[in-house]
Design a protein around this ligand. Sequence first.
Ligand code: FAD
Length: 353
Amino acid sequence: MSDARPADDNEVITTDVVIVGAGPCGLFAVFELGLLDIRAHLVDILPKVGGQCAELYPEKPIYDIPGFPIVTGQGLVDNLIEQIKPFSPTFHLGQMIEAVEAIGSAEAPRFRVVTDAGTVFDTKAVVIAAGGGSFQPKKPPIPGIEEYEHGSVFYAVRRMEQFRGREILIIGGGDSALDWTLNLQPIARRVTLMHRRDDFRAAPHSVEQMRALVASGQMDMRLGQVTGLRGENGKLQAAICRGSDNEVFEVACDTMLPFFGLTMKLGPIADWGLNLNENLIPVDTEKFETSTPGIFAIGDINSYPGKLKLILSGFHEAALCAQKVHRYVYPDRRLTFQYTTSSTSLQKKLGVA
Ligand SMILES: Cc1cc2nc3c(=O)[nH]c(=O)nc-3n(C[C@H](O)[C@H](O)[C@H](O)COP(=O)(O)OP(=O)(O)OC[C@H]3O[C@@H](n4cnc5c(N)ncnc54)[C@H](O)[C@@H]3O)c2cc1C
């Protein structure tokens, strides 16, 4: 088993498997790989694990996870995290895997995997558990916004420190907008929150905290919409806004953070040289391997005859793909099938024997 952590961001991380996506299927893949002594690094574009379950329906009950008559989206994710703890996976959150390049042979695959944050892996196998693809921000329809996307307009907060001392305009009324308003307010020069109406979808306690900051003069809140931007050379100076009564006004800012929700796009996976079929990755149902040996696809992202986009299907796929990954990681070791309940060596790995 190989797994070297980088001393700094630019060092290459050598590992057995890189898992693209920390949704329920990527998380369970850690467990199935771990039972076979295979160490994994998980990368997800979101700042938290859990994929659709955590991002789209954390409080919705799920009724079709075997052994759980009822569990919420977040409850399932929490249990998966608990279940994979013995295998100490390394998470790289808030990073999108951009490139996967084959650097080995079909018999002994190896891949160089690179994220948009500059993290580089040298891995023996890649398991794509990317669901419907990457969650990407919905951009507001503001003319010329692209000009400011390299230093003034951001759709996610990857590093809070980057925003210290800035004059920030946050747009939106959901949890992301409110959470970042409250988190950035103490370090920003000034924060203004703008929303179309005085009615927020975010958690009520966040809204209360925000209103208290406004009441005590520590931040501003404006009702309206941003219709244009003013600045020079990609540096924002002000947002031009229209209020609910159609009055036009400007909000001075050097940074704008629009939080308009997320949409799912296949994203860079389309450029990795894999066979695709209607934005899904065809796999065989024995190993869940893609058209490239050493790259596997499990969960919502794959397709095969009879596929059901259910969490339990992805769990089954994770177990089978781990068997083939084992052959790449340990070409000289024979794999014998064992139950966790009857194998002392498996129980030792799980910390229960
Ligand atoms: C409202 C709703 C209710 C549902 N209810 C049920 C239910 O009751 N039972 C059930 O079985 N299923 C249900 N589902 C479906 C279930 O959520 C999916 O089948 C499941 O989430 C798929 O898991 P996954 O791990 O394959 O992908 P996802 O959960 O989609 O996770 C994929 C992750 O990959 C990340 N990612 C993608 N591309 C990249 C990249 N290039 N780099 C880094 N990260 C990347 C994404 O950010 C995401 O976090 C429901 C879905 C919805 C929307």
